[in-house]
Ligand binder design. Sequence first.
Ligand code: ATP
Ligand code: MG
Length: 894
Amino acid sequence: MYMTTAEIREKYLQFFQSKGHLRLPSFSVIPQDDPSLLFINAGMTPLKPYFLGKTPIFHTPEGEKISYRVTTCQKCVRTGDIENVGRTNRHQTVFEMLGNFSFGDYFKKEAILWAWEFLTDKRWLGLEPERIYVTIYEEDDEAFEYWTQDVGLPPERLHRFGADENFWPADAPSKGPNGPCGPCSEIYYDRGPEFGADTWADYYQTRESNRFVEIWNLVFPQYDRKDGGILEPLPKPNIDTGMGLARVAMVLQGVTDFYETDEFKPIIAKVVELSGVSYEGPSSLAHRVISEHARAVSFILSDGATFSNTGRGYVVRRLLRRAVRYGYLLGLREPFMHRLAAVVAEVMGGVYPELRENLESVQKQIRLEEERFFETLEQGVERLDALLSGLEPGDTLSGEEAFRLYDTYGFPLDLTLEIADERGIKVDTEGFQKALEEAQELARQRAAFDKDVFKRPNEALLAIARDSGGTVFVGYERTEETAQVKLLLAGNQSLDEAPAGTEVQVVLDRTPFYAEGGGQIGDFGVLEWAGGWAKVSTTQKNPDGIYLHLAKVEEGTLKAGTTVRALVDPHRRDTEKNHTATHLLHAALRAILGTHVRQAGSYVGPDRLRFDFTHPEPVSPRELARIELLVNRWIQGDFPVSYTYKPLEEAKKEGAMALFGEKYADVVRVVAVEGTADNVAAGTAISKELCGGCHVRRTGEIGMFVIRFEEAVSSGVRRIEALTGTGAVQYVRENLDVLQALSRELGVNPEGLPERLGKLQNEIKAREKEIERLRRELARAQLGGGTASALKEAGGYQYLAVRLEGLEVGALRSAADELLDKHKADLVAVGSGQNLVIKLSKEAQAKGLDAGAVMKRLTEAAGGRGGGKGALAQGGGFDLERAFAALEGALLSR
Ligand code: ATP
Ligand code: MG
């Protein structure tokens, strides 16, 4: 019985509602409160706490409800199945899992009987009972009895597997982990011999089948595994089931795979429309990968993930790039994935409203990411082009070159293979694999080495850390301090003294020098003592909280135990201005662009500040101007900057901005700019951040704030660089000077400059056009004279061989097109210098002529190299006379 995907989804949820289950909407694919997991990968995952005994209370539109039976249709992501997509007919990276769950309520018998009822009853799915097959865990006699006695399934349609197949987690009895686990029972549907010649008995051996499809897995978590593989029965066993919606849809719609189901067809159709390549033949793999990944990327981004180089962000990036690569193979040269996202939202947005609500931002992110990747691909193509033109058909491109393309341009091997193949060139894939492994090994060694260096401890340093609990930092209050030298280090060696000229790391008992951290650079300055001084270039802190002053002794000798005067360079004041301005900038970005803005990195030094943040698109000049103005208003408000220490939880509750993924101590420092009396009264501070850095006392000290530029860092991350104080004033002055010089030069007021420049540019463009026109005329003049008389015949083909002067390969190709059209020839060979292009008419191709084959014969007969296929071939290194002379033979020998 045909049923739409939507009908199946709805029936499932209604069926289990009728069995007393609370129906919940799908949870986000991004796990909440579960850092161990990248994505939700099964219906039960977001419900884990309730399986472990937490009271199942759920927020529903009708209020809070407690229910020990729940049913959902959950969006799931399985990154492990990425490479399966397009190759098997049953795996998606994002798929919908229907499930019914019992938190210590009903158990095995109900789960099995209900599954059977839902699958076979005419009012529900109405599948043919004779086509249903089942597997159970070898020791699960209970399940065997329910299936054979209560359901009446003939034992020959049932099979017992070991714990590797029918236990959750797999092999838990022998290998663990400890904790809840249990046997499972998988339900298969026999699609019939037309899908595969194998039998049910074959499936026991191969465990792979096109004919028998696993549609539903019933898991019975009934044990608590203890050390030594002891399985203690749980007092209240649970039920967790998962049915693949797309798999059931493909069964009920009688199609080979889920790409032909009703919810996938529109996406495939769009791929066909955009690429102009039909969904048949060998390229269908590309259609499948693209459409599946378009869906996956839409789902993941619409739940709030963004493209990046780690974790979730990396997974979506991989999916997008894999799809774009396949798009490239289909001939797509412009971003297309964002357009597919619209189709996904249209088809699935009814069930998953977030797809529609977030469509605009999702499309923007996708488009940006696509544009970048296309650029990379193009660069790679150019490089590959250069490499290949130095090779001849039959040659092999070295594995190292292929790897370098991959390594520097992210240029995938399969694309290299494809492009090289078009020219009849092979690629050393084994060499590629070897180069890849070597690079990975090198990276591993380097990482291990780095850590090693970092780990080598200095005993004296460790002792200080133990005794003192870290250096006392007084730099928030003052920039000068009297201190005692506790230790002098060179490399990892302790020194008793450091004479003039030596570079040492100085450990003091207390210091006003700020150690690099939180984006702020380490302080520099001077250490003075009776009889000498040393210059401190920067300050760092080790994990034990010991400050290391990197210093060079300039005069006298510095000895351990000496009392010194530690003086931070006055430029620290500029650093403080920049640091407070960074907080204000962060606040202004959130005020103007929105609260999705998150800090993604920063640099705060005396010379400038740099702030990286998440935002899906460039910040417009208008927005930048508003942001700059807002920060300057806050500066002019001359608000106090306060520092308080409080427990982390309390600080977070007050809304202090914490850096995502950053580890904080239990007690944190909160830096706040409260703002006006109204702000203070309303508790709406301008800025409140967890921060250990150095700041001005009042915002007025910053003086002035100017944004120098805004740019992209990576997809979804932008960067702003800005100046404060005197630096800002100088910058504005310099720019005004340039502007004034320009306006003198061009004889207009600064305000008139854009118009004047626009005019100049238009003039240049007009002239370029004119040159282009003349160039074309020249080519036409060459093509005009007497070429028709040169039309010859061989082997039943009309052909033309023409030499032109001074044309590049690209121009040769268009000349060939023009000639082909003009003379209604079957084949045109145009050459210039040593380059040669061969182009065929459709009719000649239909008669079985192939440009690549002709080119091959020419190279055999007349030297040169080249390749191609279908209507077009090109090559270089030819003696054109010889090549043209060989044409007749090449056509005759066909
Ligand atoms: P397979 O062996 O086919 O990969 P599985 O054992 O990984 O399946 P389960 O973890 O038991 O599957 O998931 C429960 C149900 O979810 C399966 O019965 C199947 O219907 C569906 N399912 C699992 N993985 C996918 C996938 N990648 N794409 C679509 N549906 C899936
Ligand atoms: Mg699987």
